[in-house]
Design a protein around this ligand. Sequence first.
Ligand SMILES: *Cc1c(COP(=O)(O)O)cnc(C)c1O
Length: 456
Amino acid sequence: MHGYTDKQLEILGDAILAYSADRLKLDPVPLDQPHTLAELEAAAGGTITAEGIGGLKALELFGETLAPACISTDHPRYLSFIPCAPTEAAAMFDLVVGASSIYGGSWLEGAGAVYAENQALRWIADLVGLPAEAGGVFVPGGTIGNLSALVAARHTARAKAARAGVTGPGGRPWRVAATHGAHSSIQSACDVMDAEFIGVEVDDNMRLTGAELRKVLEENGPDTFFAVVATSGTTNFGIVDDLASVAEVCREFGIWFHVDGAYGGAGLAAESVRHLYEGIEHCDSFIVDPHKWLFAPFDCCALLYRDPALARAAHTQHASYLDVLTDAPDWNPTDYSVGLTRRARGLPFWFSLATHGTSAYSAAVERTLEVTRFAAAEIARRDHLEVVREPDLSVVVFRRLGWSAGQYQEWSDRLLAEEFAFVVPTSHAGETLTRFAIVNPRTSEDDIVAILDTMA
Ligand SMILES: *Cc1c(COP(=O)(O)O)cnc(C)c1O
């Protein structure tokens, strides 16, 4: 099985490279759409056999039957959820990472990869304004990033309480404060950790503020909290919380300040919105998903800590067969998150950043913001459409006056069935609405107009 001849390798290698290159050259890519299980069973049948069907056949099956049953997240009119639009450089380098059999968990095994990943992390740390000692790791996604940061926060708070000799219910802080606009992964992390999520009211502009946070902390007892989570770009609206006032309250009460920038952290690279993030430099931990708005392929979340030693104390796994790694003074990425074995998943992002330079990243993020502002203006200009909240970043939520929930859904289904666009309904305060999330620099003003024209 491992013994492909040079000839066989060449044939399959050429086919795979040709497939990948062709996919990258498509402009635009086909949007595609899901197929039913019955359709896939009829078209693909059983694919795993005792003798194997051979690489060329399996590749053909993928290209002709399976891939068309997957929506292309990089289609310029894919504006649902948060799309993923990698640069060609990042997508191509993903192939190299796969072919290189690198273990990205330890310096001993993956020094070169870890070195490069850490430079990419440093670029992000500088955008945030974190000190030279800051560091972290690329994890699969924001969910694991948030969980890992909260585990480090709780470990730190409990160690502090123990050192202070605090006993009783306040001695083992178990609460997390965040708004209900915070991402569902915060609640999910609380569930996993058996921690309690305490919701904080937002201000008139839908942001978490220090004043509301203070009320909640004082009502519940600040010592019962081990972390506050602010969001720098909520998923549904792209709202950046009032980070400066939240940071101040966290500092006053000595509570870990985590900033979830999974989607919106990328805006730090854009001069036009940079001011929204004031105060972020005080965070104890931060995440951003390069697979969202920083043009990297799935799955890639950058997790950073102000003081990585605190995370290391919480996350290092101890086992006799690992002693050779954990006793070394080296930077072992695996010590900073939940999980052990890891793909060097930061490398495609690093490669693209190294290739294009950071200015190109800033320009690409600005371009998506420009198209978002165009979309908001275009919506406001049309009588039957209404922006629900002016966008902070690159998400616009809007209503079609007179439409029921069913009409939004029918419209959305029709656009996908025609493989024209993928825009799903969302909701806010009980009302069905729709939403554009624009993170793909290929999404143009023309795409926006074409979609809005279908809502007349
Ligand atoms: C997407 C998102 C997450 C979760 O990230 P995954 O990579 O999907 O796990 C967390 N927080 C925010 C604000 C997000 O937008």
